[in-house]
Design a protein around this ligand. Sequence first.
Ligand SMILES: O=P(O)(O)OC[C@H]1O[C@](O)(CO)[C@@H](O)[C@@H]1O
Length: 544
Amino acid sequence: MNPAGLLYPDDPSIKKLHEKLTKAAQDFNAPDYHLQKLLSRPGRFSDFSLDTDGFFMDFSRQRVDENALSLLRESQRLSNALKKFSEMTQAEIVNPTENRAALHTAARGTGPSPLLYKEMDVKAQMQQVNEKIEQFCASVHEGKICSACGKPFTQAVVIGIGGSYLGCEFVYQALAGADRKLDLFFLPNVDIDNFARVIESIDKETTLWIVISKSYTTTETMANLNQVSTWLNTMGIAPKDHMVTITAKGSPGDDPDTPVLASFYMFDFIGGRYSVSSAVGGLPLSLALGYDVFKRFLNGCSIMDTHVLESPEEKNIPLTAAMISIWNILYMGYPAQAIIPYTSRLARLSPHVQQLYMESLGKSVSATGQPLTQPAGTIIFGEPGTNAQHSFFQLAHQGKAFPIDFIGVKMPGYTGLQAISKGVTNHQELWANLLAQAGALALGRSSDDPARNFDGNRPSTIITIDNLEPESVGMLLSFYEARTVLEGFILGVNPFDQFGVELGKVMAGDIRKEMAARNQDPSYTFACASQTDNFYLNLLFNKR
Ligand SMILES: O=P(O)(O)OC[C@H]1O[C@](O)(CO)[C@@H](O)[C@@H]1O
């Protein structure tokens, strides 16, 4: 696989293109390139917006023009990003550092059938897991599989962290309406107060615990599993009667000698942050909302995957979003990007994309280990609107500028009684704010009073989806996945490994040993800890 990309210009044409893009960005310092001017150009809105199957993206308020876009499309071609995306769906090794394919798209049926990888029929294997999920959930919903005391399960708690929970939590919050079959809770953090909050919210007699860990070695998840098991035992409930596992074949959790109610496989060719369309999302979402809802969500993901595979460059929505993101980071110099959904049901979208994007693209070397010309990635953050407006939008309007994805939903989830305030419904008020913010950031407003002056020229994209139905949410999830992967391919980095998370884990292990030694021997003085750690360990143990 050719790893060349904008941050690893192992190719004279890419070097040259990088120079052209740098120069093109300088044009935007001129007054004629202020967004006020760009937005008044005829055809700006129609030329700078795209749609597919109810998913609409308006990037007319981004500080790009045709010249910048055509140069960015060249970067796509020189790095073979779309070709690599297609190869990814066909089980090529796109994760060279771990010598693996990345087949999250196959989990929703995208790509050839049969899809052979390491002598395995990938889609058939995934189908088997999905059939098991469907049967298990039906049995739980019908009360055939029930709690130790014979009552039906009414709640489930996911024990898992990072990619083994964030995507699932986002989709659950987005889709969970009044008709849910089970309430879902999440126990990601090893923080004992996370456990305390969960057990305050559940009925121990009717709660199913879902342990999700690909490696089944993640410290936080294993500690929480132990905490929950110990707690259940003291309550007289055998953990095996209230637990299911989702893990990789051959992991320490894939152990017939430790029986649970059921176990489901996840595959090493689907990374945690890309795994919500596998059993990681499949089981909890099907338990909470029904297997048919999960299938419809997969269908939405697949519609967007197919759009990426079949659309030409200039109509390709995730590709265009990836190119604009690169433009904003590398050439316009923006320090961060925000995702602001105007619906509280998408509140966990930005935390999910934070991991998806920052773990995938926060890299300092190319896909083949060569130093990059500068570190890759950016900071992603966000909150739902209008809450965000009353929180950090002062900075967005008058402080350090950063591009924003505004996300609007045509139909809210709740369709019951809607009061009218100032002549509009709450949902319309939300939209009035969304439109006003994008307009105010772009256009600004001048004032003789410097403190009340708005320079404008601050970029944003508006993305709209039809509703909060599973298909729309699937398309949104798959849009951000594809955008991330394509951005990685254009930059020349591997979007599927995450070695950057390892060092902290190793160092936590050393500190843990010091704590364990003190727990064993109260006179132990943290002899192996550094001067600084020594201070904090004494603070913790002496409770000073
Ligand atoms: O599923 P596991 O093996 O518990 O890993 C959990 C998460 O931890 C990470 O390795 C990061 O620390 C993620 O990539 C992963 O999703």
